[in-house]
Ligand binder design. Structure first.
Ligand SMILES: [Mn+2]
Length: 272
């Protein structure tokens, strides 16, 4: 039995399946952790969602910004933007159980796993965790956000995209969801700046990568995995905070990480 985490799949079904074959993934005994953004930008969003739904008892997911965007389009009948690639099947009646399934996923997930030598606590988030949050606090807030979405998907999905005045406060529902799913860099007070999307070496001097300053959650976890920031090219320079989005939908790679020994398995993208 092993736990594998995979970075942003974004509809790259062929690379995803190739990776599962490479790691010899068995849904009867292994667990697959998915760092969010299962869909959009790549060619086969529906196939990815359908496959993940099929093996859902062996999968741990956290929601990403593209997943939320799809849910917002689905529940609020929003039209897609020109860059969106999720197909019409995803609005089919049959997809409604998959949309419901996605809607119930957390923003922060953690579990204790057993390595050869000891048990370690591993946590996962799509983009990042505010620096003043213990694991317990992050998971509690994640749960509260999740419940809000389940109780009133229409209203609360809309809020995540439109409540712009609260986007920079991690004390509000929409601000916190945006932090968990979209943050890359923060200012000196730990508050997010959502405009910078580039490489780490180009970060303006008044901003810093969210994981760079001391993060309270690292007192409670041995390993933290996240996705979202493809321009990092998998590098955080911190040994126990691992970036897994390696830009598969942009023609780079899809990265799997075996959590027990942190061995990486990399699939070359078939996208242009
Ligand atoms: Mn993302």
């Amino acid at each position: 039995m092993a736990n594998y985490a995979v970075g942003d799949i974004q509809g790259c079904f062929e690379e995803f399946k190739e990776g599962l074959e490479l790691i010899k993934f068995k849904s009867s005994k292994d667990f697959l952790w998915i760092t969010g953004d299962l869909i959009n930008r790549g060619p086969d969003s529906f196939k990815v969602l359908e496959y993940v739904f099929k093996i859902k008892d062996s999968v741990h997911i956290v929601l990403g910004n593209h997943d939320l965007h799809y849910l917002n389009c689905f529940f609020n009948n929003r039209s897609l933007s020109d860059e969106d690639t999720f197909q019409s099947q995803m609005f089919h009646k049959k997809s409604s159980k998959m949309a419901r399934f996605l809607l119930q996923q957390p923003f922060v997930f953690s579990k204790k796993i057993l390595t050869k030598r000891k048990a370690i606590q591993v946590a996962m988030v799509h983009a990042g965790i505010p620096r003043n949050m213990s694991l317990k606090k992050a998971e509690t807030f994640s749960k509260l956000c999740e419940l809000k979405l389940i109780n009133d998907p229409k209203k609360n999905l809309k809020k995540i995209f439109e409540d712009k005045k609260n986007f920079h406060s991690v004390d509000s529902f929409s601000g916190l969801v945006n932090f968990f799913t979209r943050v890359r860099v923060v200012n000196k007070n730990g508050l997010p700046n959502f405009s910078f999307k580039g490489r780490k070496k180009n970060i303006p001097s008044n901003l810093v990568a969210w994981f760079k300053k001391e993060n309270k959650i690292m007192n409670d976890v041995d390993l933290l995995v996240f996705g979202h920031w493809a321009a990092l090219q998998g590098k955080t320079d911190i040994s126990n905070i691992i970036a897994l989005d390696t830009g598969c939908c942009w023609g780079k790679e899809l990265t799997f990480l075996r959590l027990e020994d942190q061995k990486k398995f990399v699939i070359k993208s078939k996208q242009k």
